[in-house]
Design a protein around this ligand. Sequence first.
Ligand SMILES: Nc1ncnc2c1ncn2[C@@H]1O[C@H](COP(=O)(O)OP(=O)(O)OP(=O)(O)O)[C@@H](O)[C@H]1O
Ligand SMILES: [Mg+2]
Length: 368
Amino acid sequence: MEKAYGKQPRILIADDLQKNIQVIGTILRKEGFQINVAVNGKQALDLAEKTVPDLILMDIMMPGGDGIETCRKLKEHRILKKIPIIFISAKSEPKDILRGFEVGGSDYVLKPFNSNELLARVKNHLEVKFYREMLEKLSYERQELIHILCHDLSNPIVGILGVLEILEEVDNFEEAKKYFSYLDKGAKNAYGIIELVRKLEKLDKSDFNLDLQLEKLTELIDECVGMIYLKSEKKSLKIITNISEEHEVLVERTSFINSVLMNILTNSIKFSNPGGTINISSQKVENQIFISFKDEGIGMNQKTLESIFQIENLKSRRGTAGETGTGFGMPLIKKFLGKYGGSISIYSSDSKEKHGTEVVIGLKASKV
Ligand SMILES: Nc1ncnc2c1ncn2[C@@H]1O[C@H](COP(=O)(O)OP(=O)(O)OP(=O)(O)O)[C@@H](O)[C@H]1O
Ligand SMILES: [Mg+2]
């Protein structure tokens, strides 16, 4: 039966006996697998970091860090912990076998082993890994769509509700007309988000392409500032924009406004103390536009900063007014920026004396 994981998985064999390496290596190479070999625990850790194998066959008794200890260390690693480890050992006591599973081993094969059985186990674990990764990816893509639909769609709708509230107090049609453009923009953004989600659903999700256009930056920023006006008012925040009328950026409009700009700005608002200022400015360097969003909020510590884009480790803090979130905003921003060929950098300090955050995004200023 054709296995789902493809033809050339990489397998790390960790064993101090040359003969074992030869026997196992021959069986696996015959199947077209790529092989790396380590002769002790330390080497296994180093090689695992370098090559990130799909599976590890681990002897237990090795000099320089035994297999159990090496497995424990691998299971503490953010990325390597997902690699299935099959112990191959002459230690046949139930307590030894149990220990192998307790430290995170996926399987335990006794020496001397039968080659065909070992191969069958390797293939099974590779297949389980393949399907687990596929499910994780699917679940992540679902979460992305839910974030766009629930989190990002709420901004234009809250904006519309805010304008309607103001309109209730206005009894003069000419005066009311001034607000119509806000309603129009809010409704168009909300509809645009729904269309975007429909499109993302249909496209091949691992490699979707968006329709990129050059857009005038002042227009995009003004639209966002209009939508977050009420939120910023509630915290008495001042938003200062300093964007050149000439700056144009290559983006897909709906996702850029609603998922990139709005997520950065709602973070700035969420983590600012009342009375603070948010500065938005742009700068052109060669063929790139850099947009800076600088707040004077509570900032974040180094640990948060380092893991802010890690989807397997999503963390969310409450805002200064108790606002809640999912921790999905930043990974989504990075993903969309990647689709536009853009970049993001974050600088932040949470020290008492000087706290605040600056998010800088870089975008192409032309289609070439
Ligand atoms: N401007 C900022 N100031 C201080 N901390 C920030 C700022 N932006 C992001 N963070 C920190 O990074 C974390 C992750 O941000 P992200 O936007 O991904 O998620 P979130 O805002 O918590 O949730 P959601 O975006 O779903 O509302 C936040 O919880 C917060 O700890
Ligand atoms: Mg956020």
